[in-house]
Design a protein around this ligand. Structure first.
Ligand SMILES: [Zn+2]
Length: 691
């Protein structure tokens, strides 16, 4: 209590954060009076480019860097705007600094000067534009001196493009380890609903908190990318792992116009820095394919998150592109100590890169390879120092199917070796965290671990509310495991539990499914079915119980369920009841044809309600682009829960890139001194003011 009271005092001293103040006032201007702030419009021609000067610089305007982190610089000149691609590029430290060429400042000569023509769709109505351009890279450069830097691109025709970068102050280390928990797509209403069905209420009060609820600091994070207001997991996971905004589908790169997905301007991740600079261990755990965007953001660099065979290769060999190789441990990529998740299909033929056997590659690099839960625990018990656990050909199965409807898994052929067996022995998220912590904590230099509950998002997309809530409760159980682990070792670890973006989910009441189903049986109108939905005082309480106190509902099919859903959806039918036979498919392609009358230049499949889903349910007509088969991500800020050294820095409303800086600063990765020095009251207050 004393700590909290004192923090209230230092909170009073908070001034407007400089970074926030910057956003509205310090966009660097070009000769035309426009900076790299995106132009207003539905699509941007080329995010990161200045539409007026025809110049592009990545990293973009307002980029922030931790001191000493590696990154690539990309500069482009688009001749459509300039008549020529001739240009110069300089960098200047502070307002009074002397501009120097990038070649002399970084001591490297640009590695490629590549004239090419690329095409892009200029706007939504579809005009295709051809553009002659020249682009150059400066690879693997770094800036160590904190301060503000201006990079200026000047063309032969006198067009000027400028960006301003900030190198943040060096901080001393206060945490031994960092664990970043990401419940993909999780929002506050989802947490409230999960708390309701797992903990229950008495007299309007929750009986018990979720584990996340017990973390001392809570903030909000804003998730947009530099290309659009709505992010995907690649873009937002890049922000968490590098501190840089990126574009949809891009993993730890700035998306330029290069045709090679693997050649775009790279940004070093926190895991790569932790291993390169501190010799720390690194782990990645996900219930998705391990090549999926959020886990891949721990170690991969590509413009295209769907490059899953290349992403698997990068796991073991780094980015081996000719003009931008990057490998923390020679020949072994990031050489992570823990890799756990699904995605087995990309480890073996025919989907793996060049049909290579990556299980064999991993074994050759010293990994204990486990393809089921039993083998995973055996590897840990056997003292493995590196564990590769791959438990499914694709995304791992959901908590609800693993624990309540296992027959759905037995009916599938998803064992991760392609043998066509069922993957019936998959670990849960708590199992994977348990083994990860035991393996990673052997490293005396500490570790960085990212743990993702991927299918909170995937089930929200599928409008499969019960599976979504089951995943969220399991995520919370894993957070609880880590909190207890941290407490037992004196809380030397910064633990963060957050999401990468949201879905427009909420609960508006309860549904009496007995009344609802009677209306369905009677072939009654949708209006009659809707009479089963109770709102305000008619909502009362749902029927979920937890007699065995395992934090999961005893039944997912009570008479009284939640009236729940999202604000964005394809056409679908809703009956507000658990899908017992497997993951929901709300919409299916309309028979046979493209929706080509909608826009001739953008032929596309369009979706209609799946007639086999929620038969007799209320018909929802859809409010998305007809090419969308599922719900989509939304704009909402996401919650950030934090505990441990450095956690107070996250107790605020912030950009999602702050999560990276909080983790980086807690580990003091820019400091020459790796000694762990616990927070004092004044250093905690400094963190509050420091943003
Ligand atoms: Zn998603």
């Amino acid at each position: 209590m004393a700590l909290r009271a004192a923090l209230a005092v230092c909170l009073l001293a908070v001034v407007l954060p400089p970074a926030l103040a910057q956003l509205g006032t310090t966009n660097v201007t070009s000769a035309n009076g426009l900076g790299l702030t995106p132009t207003i419009g539905q699509y941007l021609d080329n995010p990161g480019c200045n539409a007026q000067s025809g110049g592009c610089i990545w990293p973009t305007d307002l980029a922030e860097f931790s001191s000493g982190a590696l990154f690539d610089i990309r500069v482009e000149v688009h001749s459509a705007m300039n008549g020529s691609t001739a240009h110069t590029v300089t960098i200047q430290n502070g307002a009074a600094g002397t501009p120097q060429s990038l070649d002399s400042y970084f001591g490297v000569t640009n590695t490629s000067s590549s004239p090419y023509t690329y095409t892009y769709v200029s706007d939504y109505s579809g005009a295709t534009v051809r553009n002659n351009s020249v682009g150059e890279y400066w690879r693997n450069v770094t800036i160590t001196d904190p301060g503000t830097y201006t990079v200026t691109l000047t063309t032969a025709g006198g067009q000027v493009t400028k960006v301003s970068w900030t190198i943040r102050p060096v901080t001393t280390r206060k945490a031994t380890n960092v664990i970043l928990f990401i419940a993909d797509g999780m929002t506050v209403p989802m947490i409230t609903a999960a708390r309701l069905v797992s903990r229950g209420q008495a007299a309007g009060k929750f009986r018990r908190p979720m584990y996340m609820d017990t973390m001392p600091y809570v903030g909000l994070a804003h998730t947009s990318g530099y290309d659009a207001i709505i992010t995907d997991s690649a873009n937002s996971a890049t922000a968490y792992n590098t501190g840089h905004k990126s574009a949809v589908n891009a993993l730890n790169v700035y998306a330029d116009t290069t045709s090679n997905n693997l050649g775009h301007a790279k940004i070093e991740t926190i895991g790569e820095q932790a291993k390169r600079r501190r010799g720390m261990a690194v782990g990645v755990v996900s219930t998705a394919e391990i090549q999926d965007a959020t886990p891949a953001a721990v170690f991969a660099h590509t413009r295209r998150r769907d490059d899953k065979n290349f992403i698997t290769d990068q796991m073991f060999f780094g980015t081996n592109v000719s003009n931008g190789a990057f490998s923390v441990v020679s020949g072994k990529g990031l050489n992570m100590e823990v890799i756990m998740g699904g995605g087995g299909a990309y480890f073996h033929a025919p989907k793996s890169l060049n049909s290579q056997d990556y299980y064999g590659v991993a074994a050759g690099q010293g990994y204990s390879v486990a393809l089921n839960k039993t083998a995973m625990y055996a590897a840990a018990a056997g003292g493995a120092s590196k564990v590769l656990g791959i438990f499914h050909e694709g995304n791992m199965d959901k908590w609800l199917d693993r624990n309540v409807y296992p027959q759905n898994i037995a009916a599938q052929k998803e064992y991760p070796d392609g043998s066509g067996r069922a993957a019936t022995d998959q670990p849960g998220l708590v199992d994977m965290v348990n083994v990860s912590l035991s393996v990673l904590s052997k490293n005396p230099n500490g570790f960085y671990l990212m743990v993702e509950a991927a299918s909170v998002d995937k089930m929200a997309h599928a409008l499969d509310w019960e599976r979504m809530l089951g995943e969220l409760i399991e995520f919370d159980e894993a957070v609880g495991y880590a909190l207890a682990w941290n407490a037992a070792r004196g809380n030397d670890t910064l633990i963060i539990a957050t999401a990468d973006h949201g879905h427009a989910y909420d609960v508006w009441g309860t549904v009496d499914t007995q009344v609802f189903n009677a209306a369905v049986t009677a072939n009654a109108s949708d209006a009659e079915k809707r009479k089963a939905i109770g709102v305000y005082q008619a909502a009362g309480y749902p029927g979920y119980t937890n007699e065995d106190v395992d934090n999961f509902p005893d039944t997912w099919a009570p008479r009284y369920t939640l009236a729940q859903g999202v604000a964005d959806f394809p056409p679908f039918n809703e009956n507000f009841q658990v899908k017992m036979s497997g993951v929901r498919t709300p919409a299916v392609p309309a028979g046979g044809s493209n929706f080509s009358t909608f826009n001739a230049s953008r032929p596309q499949t369009y979706y209609v309600a799946n007639p086999k889903d929620s038969v007799g349910g209320i018909t929802q007509n859809g409010n998305l682009d007809p090419a969308q088969s599922q719900g989509v991500h939304t704009l909402t800020d996401v919650p950030v829960f934090a505990q441990g050294p450095g956690s107070i820095a996250l107790a605020r409303v912030q950009d999602n890139t702050r999560v990276y800086f909080a983790m980086h600063d807690a580990l003091g990765l820019s400091s020459s001194d790796s000694t762990v020095t616990p927070d004092t009251m004044s250093t905690m207050c400094a963190q509050v003011r420091g943003f």
